[in-house]
Design a protein around this ligand. Structure first.
Ligand SMILES: Nc1ncnc2c1ncn2[C@@H]1O[C@H](COP(=O)(O)OP(=O)(O)O)[C@@H](O)[C@H]1O
Ligand SMILES: [Mg+2]
Length: 292
């Protein structure tokens, strides 16, 4: 990693436990300005917990999160929100609000203490809805939208916040394939214009296609970190997910394609009780040639 690049967001030695369970164990993550970092890993790996810690919503017990070099704990929540937005995996309770009202709430960190939204805020909110193809839902209450439509409205709210850093927790999990591509294309476009994005992405192929770097989490620990080619090896996929795979360049899109062959045998299941990495068997095909 080049040291002259601005670290938009970084976490060092991040640990978080609840009772006896360690949800984050000495996690390190760096996102340079203008980078799209993907968080991947099985259910329960700690992706949402990490995003919540990065956003300042969850107070970690050890380590530090730096937003453009400043420790989050020394910043007001308004200053954090003016720089960084989080789109949660589970939409918060929003009974009775219209889509437009929700998106307009994204303007809150940019308003003065007793200031109400003005025409500039309204037009930013409209633009954000246009970007996610949700304008036609503006006057509808959120409870009348489908899961995927609501998810896109929450992305619009984060865009209306005009953050420098955007955190997204599985932003495409409820979306049809068209809107998955639209939302990730949009994030990629914003990243190319200078936004920094960190997103938990369920679909490994999508993560490889859109992200500059990937962080593979398993049981609260970083198993691998690097470019998609470095991280998405059959060995790493097997240790994290317990699935044998073949990884090769997609002949059509040019990014990594992953064929899931099947569950690895019982001895190689992920999340072994003693926390030791599961034994890794070589997948039958490793066409892109990078072995874990
Ligand atoms: N407040 C909590 N108390 C106890 N366990 C929790 C709490 N929040 C999350 N967990 C557990 O921590 C693990 C990581 O959760 P999460 O970060 O949501 O995983 P992911 O997003 O990768 O699926 C899971 O096993 C989950 O059940
Ligand atoms: Mg999650």
């Amino acid at each position: 990693m080049s040291s002259d690049k601005l670290q938009a967001l970084s976490a060092e030695g991040l640990s978080y436990s609840v009772g006896a369970q360690t949800l984050l164990d000495n996690v390190r993550l760096h996102a340079e300005q203008g980078q799209f970092v993907g968080l991947i890993g099985p259910n329960g790996a700690g992706k949402s917990t990490l995003l919540r810690a990065l956003s300042g919503m969850l107070v970690h017990q050890h380590g530090a999160v730096l937003l453009e070099g400043t420790d989050l704990r020394s910043m007001s929540s308004r200053d954090v929100a003016a720089g960084m937005a989080l789109v949660s995996q589970i939409a918060p309770y929003t009974h009775g609000f219209t889509s437009f009202e929700l998106v307009l709430m994204g303007r809150y960190p940019h308003l003065g203490r007793f200031q109400i939204e003005g025409s500039k805020d309204n037009s930013i909110a409209r633009d954000s809805m246009r970007q996610t193809d949700t304008e036609r839902f503006a006057d509808r209450t959120l409870d009348t939208l489908s899961g995927g439509e609501r998810q896109r409205v929450f992305v619009s709210r984060a865009l209306a916040q005009q953050p420098r850093i955007l955190l997204l927790d599985e932003p495409t999990s409820n979306l049809d394939v068209f809107h998955q591509l639209k939302v990730l294309d949009l994030v990629r476009e914003l990243v190319d214009e200078g936004l920094t994005a960190v997103a938990a992405i369920h679909d490994l192929q999508m993560s490889a296609r859109y992200c500059d770097r990937l962080v593979l989490l398993s049981e609260g620990r970083v198993l691998a970190e690097g470019t998609p080619e470095e991280v998405l090896t059959p060995g790493a996929i097997e240790s994290a997910f317990g699935v044998r795979s073949a990884v090769y360049p997609d002949p059509v899109t040019g990014t990594l394609a992953i064929s899931l062959i099947g569950p690895a045998d019982a001895h190689a299941s992920p999340a072994s009780d003693n926390g030791a990495p599961a034994p890794v068997e070589k997948a039958p095909v490793a066409a892109h040639g990078v072995e874990a």
